[in-house]
Design a protein. Structure first.
Length: 469
């Protein structure tokens, strides 16, 4: 009799615990669950990710985009001046999509950050075929510039882009070989946002509204006028010549040292956060920063690094502080890599978090996250990158990910996240790899898998036994 009571009262509790600890539902209403694959999986590694190799043999991958054109292909920027094409399985096409090596200035010198640095696709790419790129060039001997230009991509997925039809939109003087910025992205407003570093040449270019250096710029690529091959959005903060007679109207936000990699928040299921732009700003000697770009505001550099005012007489009242900073530590954390607000479904434990990293993050087997709190503050933490022993062999366990430097983040059209990495900063070497972030549960061994059929049988047993009591 007592055994019947135990079965009828304890087994349902046990079944409930199995279902809940197996993450039958992960709280993401719009995301498919592993149950749909016929299995329930316990999460042995909460808050951790595995890395699945997607592409290899790249020369410093700087950016990766997947156009919504039905082909499943990816465009991958190589710093050396080439845009490669990979299919949805990560197989590289032999011929590049675009080769700008004759125009792009870069070198194998350690610390030289120049090259082909950014790419964006027109919001109506399927109609226009427009691709935008950011690269450095030598206009004349000793005269270095950053170039933002437009090129045409054919709807034939096997075609190549002809650089003879490049249309230069903007040129910016670049005094040195570092602090170039280089992020291009389209906001939900349809305007092109351009991150530009302070040039690395010293002086307060970042706080000078008459300079394009050290800024986030915003232009209208569909609004070419008589003065320039692009338009100025009417609500850009410094368009008024009465209030700002010396300011460049392209400036959207100022006070950046090297805004390296920015990402657009697509918003949560209810639309919260939609359209925010997050940027990582590489520090000088003390702090690395993550900021949400604020229109017309001064983000602090060079008078402020992190939350620390370095020039009390110039830390202005309109400064906006970063949402997170971390200290530089030699050999461990040296340069922030701006990331993405993750709204995908593949890694539920980090859904709704802003993911970013340090250049040396994989050496420490960690990524970073920021979690927005109800009061608007941000809580930081780390996402552990599991070693080979914890991930299955189909995740290319032979690759030692801890040997890789993180250069950038990428996303596919579904919002899943990729790490763009290299084992050598030398631009000409094909040591670059791209890894996809995957959930450890998707790689779980059969030992950690509870078949749905077993659980359903257990439920039937519980009901049957319970009716006999």
């Amino acid at each position: 009799m007592s055994s019947k009571v135990c079965l009828s009262s304890c087994v349902p509790v046990a079944l409930f615990m199995i279902l809940t600890t197996s993450h039958l539902t992960w709280g993401a209403e719009n995301c498919p669950q592993f149950v749909s694959t016929g299995r329930l999986i316990q999460n042995k590694y909460p808050g951790c990710v595995c890395l699945q190799e997607f592409v290899s043999g790249l020369r410093n991958p700087m950016a990766m985009l997947q156009p919504d054109d039905g082909t499943g292909r990816f465009f991958i920027v190589e710093q050396i001046g080439v845009v490669r094409v990979a299919d949805k399985y990560g197989r590289l096409r032999r011929e590049p999509l675009l080769d700008l090596r004759r125009r792009v200035l870069t070198s194998d010198t350690a610390g030289d950050e120049r090259g082909l640095l950014g790419m964006a696709l027109h919001p109506r790419f399927n109609e226009t075929g427009y691709m935008y790129v950011f690269y450095t060039t030598e206009a004349r001997p000793g005269e270095f510039r950053a170039v933002v230009s437009r090129l045409n991509v054919s709807n034939d997925e096997n075609s190549r882009v002809d650089p003879r039809y490049e249309k230069v939109l903007l040129e910016i003087e670049q005094p040195a070989d570092r602090n170039n910025g280089g992020q291009l992205l389209f906001g939900l407003d349809g305007f092109l946002y351009i991150s530009v570093g302070d040039g690395g040449g010293g002086g307060d270019t970042a706080g000078d509204r008459s300079s394009l250096l050290g800024k986030i710029l915003r232009i209208d690529v569909d609004g070419a006028g008589p003065e320039r091959p692009y338009g100025i959005p009417a609500d850009n903060p410094f368009v008024s010549k009465v209030m700002w007679p010396d300011a460049r109207p392209e400036v959207y936000a100022l006070g950046f040292r090297n805004p390296w990699r920015c990402g657009l928040d697509p918003g949560d299921d209810g639309g919260y956060g939609r359209g925010r732009i997050f940027c990582g700003d590489v520090g000088d000697s003390s702090y690395e920063e993550i900021s949400i770009i604020s229109k017309g505001r001064n983000h602090g550099w060079p008078d402020r690094e992190g939350h620390t005012c370095q020039n009390p007489g110039k830390c202005a009242g309109d400064d906006i502080l970063p949402i997170d900073v971390y200290a530089r530590t030699d050999g461990e954390r040296i340069a922030v890599i701006g990331g993405v607000m993750y709204r995908g479904c593949g890694v539920p434990d980090v859904r709704g978090l802003y993911l970013y990293a340090d250049y040396l993050g994989l050496m420490n087997k960690e990524l970073f996250y920021l979690d927005e709190q109800p009061n608007g503050s941000w809580m930081n933490g780390t996402v552990c990158v599991l070693d080979n022993a914890a991930c299955m062999t189909d995740l290319q366990q032979s690759v030692k990910t801890e040997d890789h430097f993180i250069l950038a983040f990428g996303q596919d059209f579904a919002g899943e996240v990729y790490l763009l990495t290299t084992t050598s900063p030398v631009v000409s070497q094909r040591t670059g790899r791209i890894f996809k972030l995957v959930d450890p549960r998707s790689t779980a061994s059969p030992v950690s898998v509870l078949p749905v059929a077993f659980l359903l049988s257990l439920a039937v047993l519980v009901i049957t036994l319970g009716s006999e009591v």
